[in-house]
Every structure is written in structure tokens, then in C-alpha cells.
Ligand binder design. Structure first.
Ligand code: PEP
Length: 249
């Protein structure tokens, strides 16, 4: 079974003003000059999605949102729908990031509803899962992560483009990373669930690793079994760092 093309996605979180577009342009120029093995995407804050999509149009670097509402429109002050992201030029959306699960009480069911909305709006969801430090220490990592995968992916994604990102909560923004064995163990468990849920398509869907990926560790992580790319936070903010990761794929 041939795996789908790896994906390196940058998550700018709540960082980025107009000036930051220059970093993205530098990434796109390098990607155009030397097309990498992986697909590349940048997910800026919602305020920059449209400008970034315009700036990067035709370069091969895709643009994504960081969240969306499950409903397509309505009285939801401050929220953004999947259709709005598509309309602004996005082709992907990160969903169920641990910062949203922890900070906004997002459940697996809500993440699944958002993933359904993404599909409806022709966006490719990158659905995040991952255990906390306490859950790992209690030996519950595989139960937690496989439960999140089962609960966060609606059936409608069968045969459609999507990715799962394994992001241990304790590795995000901390400089800590799991061992290679720990990453492979979780990715293999995710693969089993995806294959059971989606058959051949589930066997090929990219499973990204996320959590303190940087140029110095990207090569080792991206070569691990069943790692189909990376979701990159801090190191995606500077073109030089992000390119170091893209080139390692
Ligand atoms: C993230 O928030 O998705 C992430 C992986 O962050 P960092 O790379 O900074 O750990």
C-alpha cells in the first residue's frame, strides 16, 4: 500500500501580522525553486488566511485555518465557518488542537462535527490527537489516543483527503519530544484504527507528528515508521527554520 505524499504544516497559532507574510513568501520562493518531497502548508491566524492565500497563490504552498465552527453560518459571534475559510482561499484546516481541546473544552464529538463541516466545505481536515503528561505516566497513552481518533473522525471522511496529527500535549512548545520508539508505537496504533475505520484509504492517510519539531530533529522523526509528515508550531514562524524541516522530509 503506497502512503500518500507527506505533509509538513506550519501552525502559526495566534502569531502573525502583515509583516509575517514575508516569512511565508520566503518559504514559497524556496519551495518553488526546489520542490520538496512533501506537500507544504501554512496555517496562519484567521485574519491572515485571505492575504496569505493571495500571496502564495500558484506557489504550491497551501494555506489552512486553525479551527472552524461546525455550522456554516449564524449567530456565533467571533467564530469562523469552514465555508468562510474556503472562501478566503484555505484548502486545509487544523481541528481538535490540544490548545482548543483544553482551553475551550472541545470534545471528540465536537471535533468530529467540525471535521464533517470541513469536508462539506471542501477543506482537508488535520485532526489532532495526543495524551497529556499525566495520561502517559498513567500508562493510558494508547487508549487515549486511539479513543480520540475513533471519536474525532466522522464516517463521511472515508475516501476523502484528511490527515491525523499525533501531538503529545507535553511535547508542544516545551522542547521535549518522545523517543523514536514512543512515536512509532503511537503512530502504529493510530494506523490500526484508521485502517479498521477506513480500509485501504485509512492505511494510506498521512499521520503527522507534532510537538517541538525543529530542523535538528526533523530528519530523524520524519524517517520513523508511519510518520507521514509534521505539524510544526514555533519553528514554522521563521522561514529558515521551517525550510530546514521541509528539506528534511
Ligand atoms: C503545535 O502547536 O501544533 C506544535 C506542534 O507546536 P510546537 O512545534 O511549537 O511544539
Amino acid at each position: 500500500m503506497t502512503a500518500l505524499r507527506p505533509l509538513i504544516a506550519g501552525n502559526w497559532k495566534m502569531n502573525g501580522l502583515e509583516l509575517s507574510l514575508d516569512e511565508a513568501r520566503a518559504v514559497a520562493a524556496a519551495v518553488e525553486a526546489r520542490p520538496p518531497a512533501a506537500r507544504v502548508a501554512i496555517c496562519p491566524p484567521a485574519t491572515l488566511v485571505h492575504r496569505l492565500a493571495e500571496a502564495l497563490g500558484g506557489t504550491g504552498v497551501e494555506v489552512g485555518g486553525q479551527d472552524c465552527r461546525a455550522e456554516s453560518s449564524g449567530a456565533f459571534t467571533g467564530d469562523v465557518s469552514a465555508e468562510m475559510l474556503t472562501d478566503a482561499g484555505a484548502s486545509l484546516v487544523i481541528l481538535g488542537h490540544s490548545e482548543r481541546r483544553a482551553g475551550y473544552g472541545e470534545t471528540d464529538a465536537l471535533v468530529a462535527a467540525k471535521a464533517g463541516a470541513a469536508h462539506r466545505a471542501a477543506l482537508e481536515p488535520i485532526v489532532c490527537v495526543g495524551e497529556t503528561r499525566a495520561e502517559r505516566e498513567a500508562g493510558r497513552t494508547l487508549d487515549i489516543v486511539t479513543g480520540q481518533v475513533r471519536g474525532s473522525l466522522p464516517e463521511v471522511l472515508g475516501g476523502k483527503p484528511f490527515a491525523v496529527a499525533y501531538e503529545p500535549v507535553w511535547a508542544i512548545g516545551t522542547g521535549l519530544t518522545p523517543t523514536s520508539e514512543q512515536i512509532e508505537e503511537v503512530h502504529m496504533a493510530i494506523r490500526e484504527v484508521l485502517t479498521a475505520m477506513f480500509g485501504d484509504h485509512g492505511a494510506r492517510v498521512p499521520i503527522l507528528y507534532g510537538g517541538s519539531v525543529k530542523p535538528s530533529n526533523a530528519g530523524e522523526i520524519l524517517r520513523l515508521r508511519d510518520v507521514g509528515g509534521a505539524l510544526v508550531g514555533g519553528a514554522s514562524l521563521k522561514a529558515a527554520d521551517f525550510l530546514g524541516i521541509i528539506e528534511a522530509a
